[in-house]
Design a protein. Structure first.
Length: 256
């Protein structure tokens, strides 16, 4: 009997060439499929919700797979995580991928097509002094950022808009560049600034370009009120720089 599983996964993306399987490159999907094929005793092909780029991290990536597997659901994460951590049953070592949860879903469920939205977090270190030990996990901006200006600009992003100005070339062709951003919060965490954004979907590099545009606003290079005309232009050249991949985290995928 065929079974359908949904995984919730976290990973440190700094050692991967992104999520999507690629020949001759280490990817999250490729490594997980190899491990799960061993654990489940049959070929596993994952359907992920987000094709995160090289260097991007995940706190709550989702992926589904189906097939005729005999392994109990509750054993999948335990066995896979042991292999991902190097197979050390004595020391509590961790790999750079970890399966958080595994649940069975109806046969017609698909992790990507049934998703209702996603939440991302972009982390900026706004400390004068850089920290080399965080260089793979945040975007260091050494000059002070005007949080109020960034928040005023962010207000223009929330809602249903054509976000073509925040899309990089080279991504998958989309039928429309209209998206609904449900919420965008800019949160101060000591000397860090978190940009948290949720919506029904995101264009290629959209969150990173939004982050770069907000950074430029916080540095006084852009006026907050200019964000509206930037969006209306639908022109990539009118938006800011693409912030580095290292600061981006996929936080959550929504289904209901």
């Amino acid at each position: 009997m065929e079974r359908n599983f949904l995984l919730t996964i976290e990973y440190d993306g700094s050692g991967f060439s992104g999520w999507q399987r690629q020949p001759q490159a280490r990817t999250v999907q490729g490594e997980l499929e190899e491990v799960l094929t061993k654990v489940c005793g049959g070929k596993v092909t994952l359907n992920g919700t987000s094709r995160t780029d090289a260097g991007v991290h995940a706190l709550g990536q989702r992926a589904s797979f189906s097939g005729e597997y005999g392994i109990p659901t509750e054993k999948i994460a335990l066995a896979a995580n042991n292999i991902l951590a190097g197979g050390n049953r004595i020391a509590s070592s961790l790999g750079d991928i970890r399966i958080l949860y595994v649940e069975e879903k109806p046969a017609d469920f698909h992790a990507r097509f049934d998703s209702k939205g996603k939440k991302y977090r972009y982390i900026i270190s706004n400390d004068h002094e850089p920290d080399i030990f965080r260089r793979k996990y945040c975007y260091h901006v050494g000059r002070p950022l005007d949080i109020n200006a960034m928040r005023a600009a962010a207000e223009h992003i929330v809602g249903i808009h054509d976000f073509a100005c925040f899309q990089s070339s080279g991504g998958q062709e989309r039928q429309t560049t209209v998206r609904n951003v449900y919420r965008l919060d800019i949160i101060e965490k000591n000397k860090d600034i978190w940009i948290e954004i949720s919506g029904d979907g995101f264009l290629y590099n959209m969150v990173r370009i939004i982050a770069g545009t907000l950074v430029e606003t916080g540095l006084g290079m852009r006026r907050p009120e200019d964000m509206a005309s930037t969006i209306e232009s639908k022109n990539r050249s009118r938006a800011g720089h693409r912030a580095p991949a290292e600061g981006l985290y996929l936080v959550e995928v929504y289904y209901e």
